[in-house]
Design a protein around this ligand. Sequence first.
Ligand SMILES: [Ca+2]
Ligand SMILES: [Ca+2]
Length: 175
Amino acid sequence: MGSTSNTSVNYNYDNSGPDLIDGNTYYWNVGTSLDDASSWHDVIRFVYSSDPDNPVASNPHIYLYHDFNNSNNEMYTLDVSVNILDPQGPGDISTVTMQDPDNTVYTLFDDGQHADNGSGDGTYGLSIQFNNQAPAIGDYDFTVTDGSGNTGSATDVLDNIIGSLSNLSPAIIRL
Ligand SMILES: [Ca+2]
Ligand SMILES: [Ca+2]
């Protein structure tokens, strides 16, 4: 077929595909083939945005663990994460925060140390511990701000507090 020098492709040139929706995640698979050979790239995940500047927050997640510690105090661990992308690249991300239903604001990290998967992979996270008090029910709002002050947001909801398995006791067999 010869060489390809363009660095962009047109999606949906024949109008047979669905419209892309802002903030949605898509997967792109690129392949080529000849009579006797073929080549393909790994599937590429991307988030669609029609805005050339604003960062995008997607896939917000809050995950609650409920346990008891050695002193029999109730412990709650809230792992939160969100995927962040920016049209200017990861270097344009300034801050990523999460505001809980009590209006406390937490800073999230992408260093591989804060329940955020790998370092520098665009997933920002934080692991928050609560002792003897469950986290608040309601909206957890994630906000990303880039170097120019543009923002993007996403929300996940904590709608119930799970119970703990601490009341389960092993069966005692009396002889
Ligand atoms: Ca930007
Ligand atoms: Ca990460």
